[in-house]
Design a protein around this ligand. Structure first.
Ligand code: NAD
Ligand code: DAU
Length: 349
């Protein structure tokens, strides 16, 4: 089986590539990634010499390149993770999100359709999406697979659009697809523009911790390896033309999570408890900030038997340990363009 994983040099993609390469030596895993600021081959250096792993540098928004690549390799399956993924960047530059998340996805769908025509036996197109397509919850309720789409940021609108295209290709051309919509991931190799790794890096460097608005926004956090396990399960056992929500059953208000993280960091860095909390600084809110995300993951749990394997406390501790033991990785990704991004975004060095 030849499987194309897009965005495999990114945060979640690298965990999915690692899982598939190690667990399925009979599959050939092709990792297609444009190596944007978020893509990093260092994330895969432990498996990149294995014989069933191949890296291809390329842009999913390049229609001709994608069409040629699919004809050359005749992929049996696609697991599509490549995306522009950061909400704040989508506010500053929406078109980059349209290009990769919408046009890039449609290019992949067309190329997959083109090579298999109507003969989709044993073929699968797996689209990895987000719970942000459902918009924002109030203080009550959960997102289910039938919650109406209501995206609020250019990022979530671009992901919602890509989901619609995947579903439409299933209805119109019979494309065999599955879609998963997952909540916030955290863990090793997470780029330090997102809340948890940004704050870990700032605590190490004794820099302010910029909490947006009143800090009462709520997210449902899932350890990244549990997401990769769910993707493995859905790819192999998920029903054709179905959507599955994936979540951590683990809601935290940002400010409570940040305080917990501060305490874990103080302990690990042997600093007096309370030192890192002094770095908390409330800053201007994100425009269109979604109040609350929370996933009802009972469908994947009941139908496929998936559930998270680690508690948040365990996962957070593993994550902190990983960052503290991988300072070289952190130094590499926070040098160069990152410094410019940070200065523009937070108006600080
Ligand atoms: P990421 O930003 O860490 O990685 C994205 C990867 O895609 C990078 O390696 C980047 O180089 C690559 N890429 C970007 N544009 C490309 C292009 N035009 N062509 C080829 N490659 C390109 O993202 P992530 O957090 O790992 O998210 C992966 C996927 O999972 C995304 O589709 C995202 O929407 C979805 N998702 C993320 C989360 C989360 O919490 N991070 C939760 C749910 C769903
Ligand atoms: O829900 C899934 C989504 O989770 C994914 O689809 C996205 O790709 C991923 O980036 C993530 O989106 P969020 O916007 O929820 O994640 P982020 O880490 O950017 O922010 C988490 C919360 O923390 C959010 O309420 C905004 C807040 N925040 C974030 C940053 C970067 C801060 O208060 N300060 C910050 O500096």
């Amino acid at each position: 089986m030849k499987i194309l994983i897009t965005g495999g040099a990114g945060f979640i993609g690298s965990h999915v590539v690692r899982k598939f390469v190690k667990k399925y030596p009979n599959y050939t895993i092709y990792n297609l990634d444009a190596l944007t600021y978020a893509g990093n081959l260092e994330n895969l250096k432990d498996i990149d010499s294995l014989p069933n792993y191949k890296f291809i540098k390329g842009d999913i928004a390049d229609e001709m390149f994608i069409a040629k690549l699919f004809k050359e390799h005749m992929f049996d399956g696609v697991i599509h993770l490549a995306a522009e993924s950061h909400v704040d960047r989508s506010i500053a530059d929406p078109m980059a999100f349209v290009r990769t998340n919408v046009i890039g996805t449609v290019n992949l769908l067309n190329a997959f359709n083109c090579i298999w025509g109507e003969d989709f036996v044993n073929k699968k197109f797996y689209h990895v999406s987000t719970d942000e397509v459902y918009g924002s919850l109030g203080t009550e309720g959960l997102f289910t697979e039938s919650t109406a789409y209501d995206p609020n940021s250019p990022y979530s609108a671009s992901k919602a659009s890509s989901d619609h295209f995947v579903r439409a290709y299933g209805e119109t051309y019979g494309l065999p697809y599955v879609i998963t919509n997952c909540s916030n991931n955290y863990g090793p190799y997470h780029f330090p523009e997102k809340l948890i790794p940004l704050f870990i890096n700032n605590i190490i460097e004794n820099k302010p911790l910029p909490v947006y608005g009143d800090g009462k926004y709520t997210r449902d956090w899932l350890f990244v390896e549990d997401h990769a396990a769910a993707i493995d399960l859905v790819f192999h056992k998920g029903k054709n033309h179905e959507t599955y929500n994936i979540g951590g059953f683990n809601e935290w208000q940002n400010i409570d999570l940040v305080k917990l993280l501060c305490d874990v960091m103080d302990k690990k860095l042997s600093r007096p408890i309370g030192s890192s909390q002094k770095l908390i600084s409330y800053v201007k809110d994100r425009p269109g900030h979604d109040l609350r995300y929370a996933i009802d993951a009972s469908k994947i749990n009941k139908e496929l038997g998936w559930k998270p394997s680690v508690t948040f406390e365990e996962g957070l501790e593993k994550t902190v340990d990983w960052y503290l033991s991988n300072k070289e990785w952190l130094n590499h990704v926070t040098s160069g363009d990152y410094k410019e991004y940070y200065k523009n975004m937070y108006k600080q060095e």
